[in-house]
Write a protein that binds this ligand. Sequence first.
Ligand code: GUN
Length: 302
Amino acid sequence: MSAKLIKGTEIREQILEEITAEVAKIKEDHGKVPGLVTILVGENPASISYVTLKIKTAHRVGFNEIQDTQPIDISEDDLLALIDKYNKDDSINGILVQLPLPKHIDDKKILNAIDPDKDVDGFHPVNVGRLMIGGDEVKFPPCTPAGIQEMIVRAGVETSGAEVVVVGRSNIVGKPIANMMVQKGKGANSTVTIVHTRTKDLAAHCKRADILIVAAGVPELVKPEWIKPGACVIDVGVNRVGEKISEKTGKKVAVLRGDVDFEKAKEIAGYITPVPGGVGPMTITMLMLNTLKSLKFKLGIE
Ligand code: GUN
């Protein structure tokens, strides 16, 4: 193995400790702590486990946290009214509506109803626009791209002038991370290419990348020979490819694979993120950071 592993699990611990200390200081100076509400509609098991982890993490760093679970048949109007209630609630700094929502609810309408200054997911069009403008305009960068950028910076990888290739053009990862890396500033100033399913020669683009960010959702799409020796490889993919019995618990667990052939890629890359334990743990961490920022903006201390 030649690549340095960039472990999201370790960076998460560092950042959560930093957040905990800052929350304690703000509480002492201003008598306030960040408030986060997560709204979950229905009982999708994956959503329940994400929301539970978000709430547990919020509790750990000293936030006030509310988990608001609503029945699967809640009407769109009732959900909008609930969001309006939290928009007006002074103790709430972050509102997160867990996706996916049931089919009878228009997610765009719901996400657009969240006060952009409490939109800690960064999904509201106002925040997408702020991200596009860059610099001081940015309030809440979306959590997964923010986590990716933070990992690259904390690993000490040079981004200025680097060739960044992003595989995937989703609204939640590909497009925002490409935009963030091309901006002026720390952890950015890169030359960015976005490639996708219609790209003519995926391999040729990947081979040029000093930093290769893969968010395609296709298990082991990126072959080892596509990786430039010494490159930084960020694998955002979390693909369930089967099940196994856990040696630790004796229970059935999913077998996860990234979008990169990790075992071979790690012999060529200079830096690489594992799956699991790479980008995954960063998303919730950045949600905490955005919620803290929201309170700081309100108090005028950011
Ligand atoms: N569902 C899966 N990922 C996310 C996320 O980052 N935010 C929200 N709100 N829902 C999700």
